[in-house]
Design a protein around this ligand. Structure first.
Ligand SMILES: [Zn+2]
Length: 222
C-alpha cells in the first residue's frame, strides 16, 4: 500500500545514485536498496548502540537500521528526510526496518524523540515521526504517541560541542510525561544516534513515569 502511494508522489530518481526509478521503487533504486548498509544490530543484543544505554537497566535493547557514513546512502536519505521536506522517507525506512524486527518486539507505545517547538515550526515536522509510524505499522498493537512528553530546551546543535559539554548540555531538556506509563513497554525512535545522551535523558523521564521497559530504535548510528 505505502509503496504504491509513494511512487505516485515521487516518481523521479534514486536519491543515492540518480538512476531513474521504476514504478515499484521508492526513493532509492533496487540496487541501492540491496546495498543498504544494514547494521544487523537486531541479531546482536550486545551491539555498539546498546552499549551506550547498558548503564540504564530499563533499556532492554537498542538497534540501528543503518550505519551512518559521511557521504553514504544513510546520510543522503536522512539529509532529504530532515532538510528537503521528504518526511515520507521515514515512513518508508520504518516499514523496511519494522518488517525485519517485528517478531522481536511487541511495544504498547512508540515515541518519536521530541524536538523543540521552535525547531518543529521551522522544519514543519518531527523527522522521527515517519520512522515511528512505519515501525508501528509492523507491530501488533503499538500506538505512536507524540503528545506524552515534550522537549523544553532548545539546546545548541550538539555536533559542535565536545564530548563533555554534550553531557552537561542535555541536562533536563524534556518535560515530565503527561501520563503515568504504568507497566508499559515503550519504543523510543530517533533518526541518528551519535552519543546517545539525549535519548538517555528521555529514558530517565520515562523511567520516572513508571514505564516497564524501553527499546531504542534509530534509522542510523555513527
Ligand atoms: Zn540507486
Amino acid at each position: 500500500m505505502l509503496s504504491e502511494f509513494f511512487s505516485l508522489i515521487y516518481p523521479s530518481t534514486c536519491l543515492n545514485c540518480n538512476e531513474t526509478l521504476i514504478s515499484a521503487e521508492n526513493f532509492i533504486c533496487t540496487a541501492c536498496k540491496t546495498d543498504l548498509p544494514e547494521t544487523q544490530d537486531h541479531k546482536n543484543p550486545e551491539n555498539e548502540l546498546f552499549q551506550k544505554f547498558a548503564y540504564n537497566s530499563i533499556v532492554k535493547s537498542a538497534c540501528a537500521f543503518l550505519y551512518f557514513n559521511d557521504g553514504g546512502i544513510a546520510q543522503k536519505l536522512i539529509h532529504n528526510l530532515k532538510y528537503e521536506g521528504l518526511h515520507e522517507i521515514g515512513d518508508y525506512l520504518g516499514e523496511l526496518f519494522g518488517n525485519t524486527i517485528s517478531d522481536q518486539l511487541d511495544p504498547d507505545i512508540v515515541i518519536p524523540v521530541p524536538i523543540h517547538k521552535k525547531k518543529l515550526r521551522k522544519r514543519g515536522y518531527n523527522q522521527s515521526l515517519g520512522f515511528a509510524k512505519g515501525l508501528a505499522s509492523c507491530f501488533e498493537r503499538a500506538e505512536v504517541r507524540e503528545d506524552l512528553i515534550f522537549r523544553t530546551k532548545n539546546t545548541q546543535t550538539q555536533t559542535r560541542k565536545n564530548k563533555l559539554s554534550r553531557w552537561i548540555n542535555v541536562d533536563n531538556i524534556y518535560s515530565d510525561t503527561r501520563e503515568d506509563l504504568d507497566g508499559k513497554t515503550v519504543v523510543i525512535v530517533d533518526d541518528v544516534i551519535t552519543t546517545g545522551a539525549t535519548v538517555g535523558m528521555l529514558c530517565d523521564k520515562l523511567k520516572e513515569a513508571n514505564a516497564n521497559e524501553i527499546h531504542v530504535l534509530c534509522i542510523a548510528r555513527r
